[in-house]
Design a binder for this molecule. Structure first.
Ligand SMILES: [Zn+2]
Length: 342
């Protein structure tokens, strides 16, 4: 089985994001938001059949761990109330996708974060998404201010209510920023990779893994700059007398394969132990074009893994085994959803 652990619903029916625009406009005008739009099952089916499901079939992958569009989370927009309503709408839509295509998609929640608002306000939505929707993880935005970094670092106890829930439910968090509202930081070219790198560094210099030995984080986009600069982080850990970086991080931190060229994948697989790498593509996401050097889509990351000089057993870990281990509820959910699909 090939499990892509990083997919977003970038092809949702138009009225979904349309409502978000209206919601934010209403908020600015001090008015209540309009009622949520009607979205039919057929509209959802069409958006998936011609989108992510089509790509799964073309590329030979089986299951996508699926969450709301990341840049669309927009935690810097509106306030805690608008974030709550928007997260609820987005997660509900993911649940509908997973119900319509139970063999192909399993949900991960977006959180109703808001800049400088305690993450305590995310707990009810985590409970709902795990207990009612059967989701298997969350996306945690380390910078809800959208490129201005106004909240506490991930090392701070500020975030502990979410960490407690992650351990309680055995769900990992993918550290994933949203859109940048800071014009110096392009959303997918700078802010995403900065968020990945900063998140890793914040956790590295923290006592989070001492306080939560079982907690698991996934650093997306191949870990931002981290694998390339692994020597820097090893040296920083050593200078700060934190011990060996591998001992410090690799029980709790995992890297996905959203790296859009073969040399990057080769470096990732050379630097990071195979047990800490999870297959992912973020298909129909940040980079949608075809690489003229290969003739294939940049985000067709399975092709790069296929070419790595790894054993079949190691590739199976990257494609399936590690995801089942890191997402503690995944195997049970796969069984439950495949029963529903019959
Ligand atoms: Zn993403």
């Amino acid at each position: 089985m090939i499990i892509d652990c990083h997919g977003h619903y970038t092809t949702s029916p138009r009225q979904h994001e349309g409502w978000r625009g209206e919601q934010i406009e209403a908020h600015k005008a001090g008015k209540p938001p309009p009622p949520r739009p009607r979205i039919t099952d057929d509209e959802i089916r069409e958006s998936i059949a011609n989108g992510q499901l089509k790509v799964q079939r073309e590329r030979g992958t089986d299951l996508t761990i699926f969450s709301p569009r990341a840049a669309g989370m927009g935690h810097h927009l509106g306030d805690a109330t608008t974030s709550e309503a928007w997260a609820s709408a987005c997660n509900e839509l993911i649940h509908r996708v997973c119900s319509l295509f139970p063999k192909n998609f399993i949900g991960v929640a977006m959180l109703p974060q808001s800049a400088r608002v305690s993450p305590n306000n995310c707990i009810a939505e985590i409970d709902r998404c795990i207990n009612e929707y059967g989701f298997v993880g969350v996306n945690l935005n380390p910078d809800p201010s959208g490129g201005h970094w106004q909240d506490s670092p991930l090392s701070d106890r500020y975030w502990y209510p979410i960490y407690e829930k992650m351990v309680e439910y055995d769900i990992p968090a993918m550290i994933h920023v949203s859109a940048s509202c800071n014009p110096t930081h392009h959303t997918t070219g700078a802010h995403y990779l900065n968020g990945d790198t900063a998140g890793f560094n914040q956790l590295m210099t923290s006592s989070v893994f001492k306080d939560f030995p079982a907690i698991k984080f996934i650093i997306p986009h191949g870990g931002g700059a981290v694998p390339y600069h692994w020597g820097r982080y090893r040296g920083l850990a050593q200078d700060a007398k934190l011990g060996l970086l591998s001992d410090l991080m690799l029980n709790n931190v995992f890297f996905d394969t959203c790296v859009y060229h073969l040399p990057g994948q080769e470096l990732l697989a050379k630097v990071i132990p195979v047990d800490n790498i999870l297959f992912a593509s973020e298909m129909i996401g940040a980079v949608r074009g075809i690489d003229p050097e290969t003739g294939h889509h940049y985000d067709d990351t399975k092709r790069y893994i296929d070419q790595l000089p790894l054993s079949a057993a190691d590739k199976a870990k990257i494609f399936e085994g590690n995801a089942r281990r890191v997402y503690g509820r995944l195997s049970t959910t796969i069984e439950k959803q495949s029963v529903r699909a019959v």
